[in-house]
Design a protein around this ligand. Structure first.
Ligand SMILES: [Zn+2]
Length: 370
């Protein structure tokens, strides 16, 4: 069968490879599920892997099949799979357990291992292929009513984890009634964050670089009752004069200096969530360190980082996808701006990924099968 792969650490090596169709017997204990891939999303992670910045091939291979944002249909099940049947829609989680204590209790997203296992990213083949085999333990069932938007579940799961941790951490307060939030970055992750916060009743203020007028991402913020501001016109620190200090700030710009602005824009007891993977070497010296330190101390403020997601966060995401369709019907479909039919058209997908602004692309994805 066909798959899309790269040679890790080699720039622009993306290509079609021919691989064996996976078998149920590859998964132990009769828990195997063969899944026919229907859609696979592409994102900055795939772009960076194809740029040679990271990615590790599985043992015994000199290539890595890409793809972590997945959606498929069950084609075959092992004898000990009771929770799924042939024809069910499913999304697979991405990280697989390593060896640390956290991996053993179902939370590989908190692994303390240095080497980790992620499908389509590190040491395991991904989902840009016609079929994949997986243990039912790592598959989340998708209700048919949200099948058309379920390729967004994996990116949403990252946000679900961030927000779940924020509410877990804030249990320190006994009572936490957050009202306002800022979302820094309005790409696909920022838009999904804006949505998740609107679903929780927050007043949400989105910040991006582009000017608001005629910018689809800004329009999508406003369509669900959030504001949009360009940081070229209104900095995050200045914005508190207009909107007040924020109870929660979610950072997903990829531009690390902005976190110091965010640290100065939190309300008392407020919480700042960092989710950008900034692999560069950028430095900044414009940090009012006394002020920030004092604000954090006197206001009991919090900042934490978050990565990846476990099964619980995918399940929370399923509920939010359904709630989104109930509250803002059709909004998530508007994020799915670019569909490319057939894995063989991978060059088109990477052209859109590399030139997202030119294409006005929010989410580009393969339709592998209908
Ligand atoms: Zn992604």
């Amino acid at each position: 069968m066909k798959a899309i792969a790269v040679t890790p650490k080699t720039a622009n090596s993306v290509r079609v490879v021919e691989v064996d169709k996976p078998k149920l017997t590859e998964i132990k204990d009769g828990r195997g599920v063969l899944v026919e891939v229907l859609r696979v999303g592409a994102c900055g992670t795939d772009r960076e892997i194809n740029a040679g910045e990271y990615g590790v091939a599985p043992k015994g291979f000199d290539f890595l099949v890409l793809g972590h944002e997945n959606f498929g249909r069950v084609a075959q099940i092992g004898e000990n799979v009771k929770e799924l049947t042939v024809g069910d829609f499913v999304v697979a989680s991405v990280r697989r357990p390593g060896r640390s204590f956290y991996d053993k209790i179902g939370t590989p997203d908190f692994t303390t291992d240095d080497k980790y296992y992620e499908r389509g990213i590190s040491r395991l083949h991904g989902f840009m292929s016609e079929f994949y085999a997986e243990s039912a333990d790592f598959l989340v069932k998708i209700p048919p009513a949200i099948a058309n938007i379920a390729v967004l579940l994996e990116p949403l799961s990252i946000i679900e984890k961030g927000l779940k941790q924020a509410s877990d951490i804030q249990e320190r307060l006994k009572i936490w009634r957050p009202k306002t939030a800022a979302v820094l970055g309005t790409g696909s992750v920022g838009l999904l964050t804006t949505l998740a916060l609107r679903l929780r009743g927050y007043e949400v203020h989105g910040f991006g670089k582009d000017k608001g007028k005629g910018y689809l991402n800004a329009e999508l913020c406003e369509a669900i009752g959030a504001t949009y501001d360009s940081t070229l016109e209104l900095s995050v620190t200045e914005s508190v004069k207009k909107y007040g200090e924020y109870d929660l700030i979610f950072e997903c710009t990829g531009y690390s200096p902005i976190i110091f602005d965010a640290m100065q824009s939190l309300n008392q007891n407020g919480i700042l969530i960092l989710s950008s993977v900034t692999g560069g070497k950028r430095k900044t010296d414009k940090v009012p360190s006394d002020k920030i330190n004092q604000q954090f101390v006197l206001g009991n403020r919090i900042m934490f980082g978050t990565v990846n997601a476990n099964r619980e966060h995918f399940e929370l995401g399923v509920k939010d996808l359904a709630l989104s369709e109930a509250m803002y019907q059709g909004w998530l479909s508007r994020m799915l701006t670019h569909k490319v039919e057939g894995l063989e058209n991978y060059e088109k997908v990477f052209d859109i990924l590399n030139n997202a602004a030119k294409y006005n692309a929010i989410k580009v994805y393969f339709e592998v099968n209908k």
